[in-house]
Write a protein that binds this ligand. Structure first.
Ligand SMILES: Nc1ncnc2c1ncn2[C@@H]1O[C@H](COP(=O)(O)OP(=O)(O)OP(=O)(O)O)[C@@H](O)[C@H]1O
Ligand SMILES: [Mg+2]
Length: 222
């Protein structure tokens, strides 16, 4: 088997003593996989993504991505890791409501050396592929929930990260819009060859993900 891109071994995250949001999780994700993480509210899905995305360091155990051991990385290394390797779609979008779709999508460009003209072309291409052509210059506060969700996905992909982490990317959408966004994720997975970890409690993810794991009480169960 190929060397896994993401490898968690006994990964544990405690926010407060004795309360384990992630409890001794072993998980390997090979390069290019589309992995879904399902489980009830409070089961530790966001916490697991935060460990993989370098937003939290494990309290114990190991989180390794390529050659980088995140548990032993300092803040500077983690921040470099996040901007070069990770696209993050947050559960609550984290968009700037008064800025336009295009401006929001272009924010990650400011943390790289990509020439701005090239980066903006990439933003426009992504927005178009996500069905937002014509809405580039509209402020996000005037977009629907499903459109905001797609702006957040475009922004996460703009720097061509090898890993996309998406937290409930279809959480607030109606069934039809949810299946459109899932289909887009699946298409982007193929065309961008990005490794994807998508958290959801929407079981329609099973139609597009290559593999699904389930969390309960911070643990990975089958
Ligand atoms: N910053 C925090 N400080 C303390 N406890 C936290 C913090 N964030 C999460 N928790 C706790 O950790 C556990 C796992 O939370 P997490 O947000 O990972 O769950 P989740 O599976 O993403 O839930 P949801 O589906 O509702 O988003 C919960 O018991 C939660 O209360
Ligand atoms: Mg969550």
């Amino acid at each position: 088997m190929d060397q896994p891109l993401i490898e968690l071994t006994g990964a544990t995250l405690e926010y407060a003593a004795r309360a384990r949001a992630v409890d001794a999780v072993d998980l390997t994700v090979p390069t290019g996989q589309f992995l879904a993480v399902v489980g009830p509210s409070g089961s530790g899905k966001t916490s697991l993504l935060n460990l993989i995305g370098g937003l939290e360091r494990p309290t114990s155990g190991s989180v390794r991505v390529s050659d980088l051991e995140l548990s032993r990385s300092d803040d500077r290394q983690l921040s470099a890791y996040r901007s070069s390797k990770i696209g993050f779609v947050f559960q609550s979008f984290h968009l700037h409501p008064s800025r336009t779709a295009l401006e929001n999508t272009s924010i990650p460009l400011y943390f790289t050396s990509t020439p701005m003209a090239e980066g903006l072309a990439r933003c426009r291409e992504l927005l178009q592929r996500l069905g937002l052509a014509g809405l580039e210059d509209r402020s996000v506060s005037q977009l629907s929930g499903g459109q905001r969700q797609r702006v957040a996905i475009a922004r996460a992909l703009v720097n061509r990260p090898p890993i996309l982490l998406a937290d409930e990317p279809i959480g607030h959408l109606d069934g039809e819009t949810a299946s459109v966004v899932l289909e887009l994720l699946s298409e982007l997975h193929k065309s961008e060859q990005v490794t994807m970890v998508v958290v959801t409690h929407d079981m329609s993810i099973l139609n597009v993900a290559e593999r699904t794991v389930e969390m309960a009480g911070g643990r990975l169960i089958r």
